[in-house]
Design a protein around this ligand. Structure first.
Ligand code: MN
Length: 513
């Protein structure tokens, strides 16, 4: 990616003064990175320019594109946030600073590798919180995507590490903000590097099956096209092919029995209106026999990441083969591919300043409001404080709140967690000496749940000690285990009881296998 090419790409989409600013940013970044090279041996500037290129392709506003050009300058060159602000304003500086912070938060998570896979989703949430503005995440995803696409230049050990992290954390982030296209590409490249043999094998299986599907789907497609024309419904029908990684994941679910998988390819019907989506589904169901339990209405009930579509699966009469359909409007389709990035589209002619200042409304779909909520928490705490640290402990609950120590360290707890849960999260010794709690500088009762964004201080006393009554005042497994340990050590509860409980639990587990 060269400067001229990037400018050429940008010209049709942005105003003239914005293009001039972009040129200025490119020159500044090129100068700052001038003595650096990528692992491939190419000049470093190619990387930020490619990131900016992706952002233009995804249709982001100019502030994001410029931030993409400058995204590595604060971390890797002599430039400071203040320099960026002086030349490009507070909004761009805010975005570049955000990207830098996410990188730092991420490296702070390196020690969390031993946690169970489910926890990774919480890490994804944490990064989203730290980033403070959805555009920061989008820039970070563009950065990650380019690093993955050029991963072959990295030493093998590092390849595996980057691939693992991409699969565990960045793909879920892309998914959470609805960027389906990016998620799929991250997954496929990462999987290819993590397990090249398995990747080849699954890819081979997919190719073989696709041959058969294409023919069958072709016939169904022609029939449907004809019928829709008769009914006067304008539609665009195309095929979507399963990715290697999603097939791999599905195969694992069905114990490798490929005959149980039917959606190697699905037909996608894109229509003009929501009403037409339902009409098309009705028509399909009169033409073919639907699998009733596979009908999904993600229009009236969108997925948590904002995805909307109707899904249905039908059987062909002659050969009894199964075909999956996804029916959606153009707008839903754009969202399915681009997710939140679509909300920042330059076509929407929104003033990007509004985004940086917005704290409440951003055109973010309702299901995704938790993102803005989470980010508000981070904003409230100001800048340097919202970072995870080595004490970070994540419980395995779906709904997570983030609370802070007075020092600004961020902790994740399940919704409904009580102050003692927080104390045990910090350290058993701190919890042991808990005398009272201050939440946002006010004394807080032991039985009142914490809320997202609370700053929690444990007030300790030398002579304080754990009490049996605390058993009713903890909610997490972690806190309960630690507390029971302490109570046992103090002889307040009996060891034998807990031994019996462990045996019973083991027996139950055995039974459920
Ligand atoms: Mn980068």
């Amino acid at each position: 990616m060269q400067k001229n090419k990037l400018i050429e790409l940008a010209i049709p989409h942005y105003r003239e003064n914005q293009i001039l600013e972009l040129e200025h940013a490119i020159d500044m970044a090129a100068k700052a990175h001038s003595d650096q090279k990528r692992r491939s041996g190419e000049p470093y500037i190619i990387h930020p320019l490619t990131v900016a290129n992706y952002l233009i392709e995804w249709g982001l506003d100019m502030d994001s594109v410029i931030a993409g050009v400058l995204h590595d300058t604060i971390e890797d060159t002599h430039l400071a946030v203040e320099d960026v602000e002086k030349h490009f304003g507070a909004d761009v500086a805010f975005l570049v600073d955000g990207v830098t912070k996410v990188s730092k938060a991420r490296s702070g998570m390196d020690s969390l590798d031993e946690y169970l896979p489910q926890t990774k989703d919480n890490l994804a949430k944490l990064i989203i919180a730290v980033s403070q503005d959805v555009r920061v995440i989008i820039i970070k995803l563009a950065d990650r995507l380019h690093n993955l696409r050029t991963l072959k230049h990295t030493p093998p050990e590092k390849q595996v590490k980057v691939a693992r992290e991409s699969l565990d954390i960045f793909a879920p982030i892309a998914d959470r903000i609805g960027m389906g296209q990016v998620r799929m590409e991250i997954e496929d490249i990462a999987f290819k590097h993590l397990d090249p043999k398995e990747y080849k094998k699954v890819q081979g299986m997919l190719k073989k099956r696709l041959g058969k599907s294409t023919k069958r789907l072709g016939a169904v497609r022609v029939e449907l096209e004809k019928k829709l024309k008769e009914e006067g419904i304008k539609a665009e029908i195309n095929g979507r092919i399963k990715t290697v990684y999603s097939l791999y994941r599905k195969l694992k679910k069905v114990n490798g029995d490929i005959d149980q998988i039917y959606d190697f390819m699905a037909l996608r019907v894109i229509v003009g209106s929501k009403e037409d989506c339902y009409k098309v589904m009705g028509i399909l169901h009169t033409m073919y026999e639907p699998e009733l339990d596979r009908i999904k209405d993600y229009i009236s009930q969108p997925k948590p990441n904002g995805y909307r579509s109707l899904h249905t699966t039908i059987k062909t009469p002659k050969d009894n083969k199964i075909v999956e359909f996804q029916i959606r409007t153009q707008k839903m389709h754009e969202y399915a591919e681009q997710g939140l990035a679509a909300s920042f589209h330059y076509n929407q002619q929104k003033d990007s300043k509004k985004y940086a200042k917005r704290k409440d409304d951003s055109g973010v779909p309702k299901q995704l409001e938790w993102i803005t909520e989470l980010q508000k928490v981070a904003v409230r705490l100001g800048n340097d404080q919202a970072k995870p640290n080595e004490h970070l402990y994540l419980d395995l609950f779906e709904d997570t709140i983030f609370v802070y120590s007075p020092r600004g360290d961020i902790f994740s707890l399940p919704q409904g967690a009580l102050p003692l849960d927080f104390a045990f999260l910090i350290h058993s010794d701190v919890a042991k000496r808990a005398h009272s709690f201050k939440v946002n500088d006010n004394i807080r009762a032991f039985n009142k749940p914490l809320e997202n964004g609370d700053i929690v201080e444990v007030v300790t006393r030398e002579n304080a000690s754990p009490k049996k009554a605390w058993e009713a005042l903890v909610t997490t497994h972690h806190a309960r285990n630690k507390l029971r340990q302490q109570l046992r050590q103090m002889g307040i509860i009996e060891t034998i009881g807990s031994a019996a409980a462990i045996i019973r639990r083991k027996a139950l587990r055995q039974k459920s296998k």
